[in-house]
Design a protein around this ligand. Structure first.
Ligand SMILES: Nc1ncnc2c1ncn2[C@@H]1O[C@H](COP(=O)(O)OP(=O)(O)OP(=O)(O)O)[C@@H](O)[C@H]1O
Ligand SMILES: [Mg+2]
Length: 509
């Protein structure tokens, strides 16, 4: 062993029924470094992090894990043990109480008390303030968490981990829900933590982030450890090759499409919230979507992108102004059913709650909305259903032992591929994709882009929200930028740059 290493992972193997999630994995993590972990969806990244943080106890895997040179063996049901050893994990799905304050969330269950059982609020907030100051976290400590944006909520999660004196902080896809601006803030925080000697394990599918923030990168493929190398000695192409096991020459496939006339037009669209009657969600949004076009929507978190598309799909708020026309005729969309009857499909942002029936099979999840196509005279053509579903599962490389396993058994990214398959299969005329490649690996992203190109080549029109500027620039014909519920500009892609988009995204109305 070497004193340089805080973690030594030694021949770790973990199996699930029908799947070897980790196969004989060995590598070391240096003390105080930011150690990136990458690999395709289902490669085993989250499984290893769950072992390190005590979610999977030591008798469910084989191999050894040393921390500071000593073997760690966490017991069943004792995630606390990992925390006491200084290992804390921030999951992708935030787990905070929206109705409590920042300080209450951080010290939940460990509140300082006075006179036996009375919470000492002064002490709670002064501790919180001290913690936040130490790490330079800019969060209002007495604010209710539900009032904070996703980026700040994530900082609260990190602060909570730090309040436990984390020596090793695990971030499993911390940036998948963040805009580029918030990613920069997160990275600044990680640099401060590094100065304080905290070791960080950082999982991401946005490969450029490894070059912005990590010292070392470890690559997984199919449950195996491929390599651990200093970040300075590699580049994006090499990482991709190691991840997917073959070379990928381009990130965005090209297409040749004759873009047609506008088929879907939105004019002076205004939407109010139905929960808070006076709150304006969307205002002054006008755009045309042409036949065969991909219209990108860019904007920071909270800019109203998701609100815009979910209200256009009939699932949010109340339209109080403006017109929507489809093929020159006014339409009124009050429900998802109305939208689908007008051949509009939406791949929602929050795929866990809106897109999937977790306990149902992969097959059923993919084929359910297209069932009409597979049935005639009350009979379901099961072969066709299976055949078509398998086609998508194959082209998007959904990693599952077979199509009959419940979706909940798939890795995060593979669950997402299921939702996307399901909507692509319905073949709508207008397809709205809300951040379709979030959490999806580079290889599968490319396959999704190819499917999008196929669709527009066949005359489908696509609206795509994306948090990755590179993706918006790589895939759109035109880009609409949003800020505070309004459209602040529409740029043809050949006139668009990251700087111009950022300027419009932060342009207060
Ligand atoms: N609870 C479970 N039951 C059965 N199989 C599982 C379970 N959790 C994970 N797996 C399988 O283990 C493999 C590794 O999954 P893991 O979640 O570690 O992948 P990952 O690298 O984090 O992927 P992603 O990038 O999609 O999050 C996958 O094939 C997955 O289907
Ligand atoms: Mg994962």
């Amino acid at each position: 062993m070497s004193d340089d290493y805080i973690l030594e992972i030694d021949n770790v193997t973990k199996e699930f029924p029908g799947v070897v999630a980790l196969s004989d994995v060995s590598f070391n993590v240096k003390r105080g470094e930011i150690h990136g972990i990458c690999g395709e969806n289902g490669a085993g990244k989250s499984t290893l992090m769950k072992i390190l943080s005590g979610v999977y106890p030591h008798d469910t895997y084989t191999g050894k894990i040393l921390m500071d040179g000593e073997e760690i063996k966490f017991e069943k049901g004792a995630i606390r043990q990992a925390i006491e050893h200084g290992v804390s994990i921030v999951y992708q799905e935030l787990a905070l109480n929206a109705f409590s304050t920042v300080g209450e969330n951080i010290y939940l269950g460990r509140e300082p008390v006075r006179f036996g059982d009375v919470i000492n609020w002064n002490s709670l907030y002064s501790k919180t303030k001290k913690l936040l100051d130490t790490y330079g976290l800019d969060i209002p400590f007495a604010e209710t968490v539900g009032n904070l944006g996703v980026g700040k909520q994530q900082m609260v999660e990190i602060a909570k981990a730090l309040s436990e004196d984390a020596k090793v902080l695990i971030l499993d896809e911390p940036t998948s829900a963040l805009s580029e601006f918030e990613v920069k803030m997160l990275h600044a925080i990680l640099r401060t933590l590094k100065e304080k000697g905290v070791t960080c394990l950082y999982i991401s599918h946005k490969l450029e982030e490894f070059f912005q923030i990590t010292d070392t990168v470890t690559v997984f493929r199919d449950g195996r450890h491929v390599d651990t190398i200093p970040t300075a000695e590699t580049d994006t192409d090499k990482l991709i090759t190691m991840m997917v096991g073959r070379e990928m020459t381009e990130r965005f496939p090209s297409r040749s499409v004759e873009i047609g006339e506008p088929i879907f037009s939105v004019r002076d669209y205004k939407v109010l919230s139905t929960e808070h009657m006076d709150k304006t969600l969307i205002e002054k949004v006008s755009f045309d979507l042409k036949k065969g076009e991909i219209l990108g929507i860019a904007g920071l978190m909270g800019s109203g992108r998701t609100e815009l598309v979910t209200s256009l799909f009939g699932e949010l708020g109340k339209q109080v102004g403006g017109r929507i026309t489809l093929n020159g005729r006014d339409i009124d969309i009050r429900s998802a059913r109305d939208a689908m009857n007008n051949s509009i499909g939406l791949v929602p942002e929050d795929r866990k709650t809106l897109g999937l029936i977790l306990e149902q099979s992969v097959l059923k999840n993919i084929s359910l909305p297209s069932m009409q196509r597979f049935s005639s005279f009350m009979r379901i053509d099961k072969n066709k259903e299976l055949h078509e579903s398998r086609k998508f599962a194959k082209s998007l490389r959904i990693k599952a032992p077979n199509l009959l396993v419940p979706v909940e058994k798939l890795s995060g990214g593979n669950q997402q591929k299921v939702v996307i398959s399901k909507w692509l299969m319905t073949e709508p005329d207008i397809l709205i994709l809300d951040d379709p490649t979030r959490g999806i690996d580079v290889g599968a992203k490319y396959e999704i882009y190819k499917l999008m190109n196929d669709l527009v080549e066949r005359g489908v029109s696509i609206v795509m929200i994306s948090s990755e500027l590179e993706e918006v620039l790589g895939m759109s014909d035109r880009i609409m930028v949003m800020c505070e519920g309004r459209s602040t500009g529409i740029l043809p892609v050949d006139e668009a740059t990251q700087e111009k988009i950022m300027a419009l995204a932060t342009a207060a109305a």
